[in-house]
Design a protein around this ligand. Structure first.
Ligand SMILES: NC(=O)c1ccc[n+]([C@@H]2O[C@H](COP(=O)([O-])OP(=O)(O)OC[C@H]3O[C@@H](n4cnc5c(N)ncnc54)[C@H](OP(=O)(O)O)[C@@H]3O)[C@@H](O)[C@H]2O)c1
Length: 232
């Protein structure tokens, strides 16, 4: 496939290496300095591109997505921290008949973990002697907090046990690619469920799988649509 990469950061570079190893063609890598407001995403630059993979920053993603959708390029984005704009972007995709797949977390393990966390919350419902909390930890350079995955975890757990509060604590330090944990702490014991990402390759592989899946689809998808389909 001919792919354009928007964002030459840690994730953009991880996707490039994996895409090249899988025989895809990287038509262009769009860097921050040349792309204020998405201005580098021109028809000329995007000619022949089959899919875009966008990993930038919360303040840059929305303009990039709009430009790519306007150009008719299906776009996979993993950028976090712009979800308040999702209704606007969804309307834009629908208006233009475009395709967008977004995910706060592209690792397969995290999506199985989220389902397990929902099940665990259901089992702890009605046991108020346990205090629940969520802890998420990322490298010092991550701009948004709490992480999109922690918010998703909170939403899933709350939907399974609406009577309980799942407060999130965020830690930003060092180089860890991402750890999420939900715990139930009782007077005599603690139950913990955690997902620990060991490297960025898992996220890059998921994003690339999404880039291979998305062309030919129309509308807005999450990575769960790709992983689990309609069966949910
Ligand atoms: N969904 C997932 O699985 C997943 C996994 C890891 C990370 N993330 C998220 O993905 C995003 C990127 O993470 P990262 O670790 O790659 O961050 P990073 O290393 O800081 O890279 C971000 C890159 O975006 C570039 N950028 C900023 N504005 C841009 C624009 N308008 N056009 C093109 N490039 C632009 C920056 O370039 P300049 O510095 O030159 O401006 C920088 O190279 C973050 O939101 C992070 O939370 C998601």
């Amino acid at each position: 496939m001919r792919i354009v990469i928007v964002g030459d950061g840690k994730m953009g570079r991880a996707v490039v290496s994996l895409a090249e190893a899988r025989g895809h063609t990287i038509q262009a890598i769009i860097r921050g300095a040349e792309n204020d407001g998405g201005r580098a995403l021109t028809a000329e630059r995007l000619k022949g591109v089959e899919v875009a993979v966008e990993f930038t920053q919360p303040g840059a993603a929305v303009a990039n997505l709009e430009r790519l959708i306007d150009a008719g390029v299906p776009v996979v984005t993993g950028t976090t921290g712009w979800w308040d704009q999702l209704p606007r972007i969804t309307a834009h995709v629908e208006r233009q008949g475009g395709a967008l797949l977004h995910a706060a977390n592209f690792s397969l393990g995290v999506h199985l973990f989220l389902r397990a966390a929902q099940d665990l919350a259901r089992r702890f419902a009605g046991h108020p002697e346990f205090d629940a909390f969520i802890l998420e930890e990322h490298h010092a350079a991550k701009l948004d907090a709490p992480s999109g995955t922690a918010r998703e975890l909170q939403g899933r757990a709350s939907s399974a046990d609406p009577a309980r509060t799942f407060a999130i604590t965020s830690l930003r330090a060092g180089a860890t690619p991402g750890t999420h944990l939900v715990a139930y702490d009782g007077p005599y014991e603690r139950v913990t469920l955690a997902h620990v990402a060991r490297s960025r390759e898992g996220f890059a592989a998921g994003a690339l799988a999404a880039a291979e899946w998305l062309p030919g689809h129309r509308g807005v998808y999450t990575v769960e649509d790709m992983l689990f389909g309609e069966s949910g």
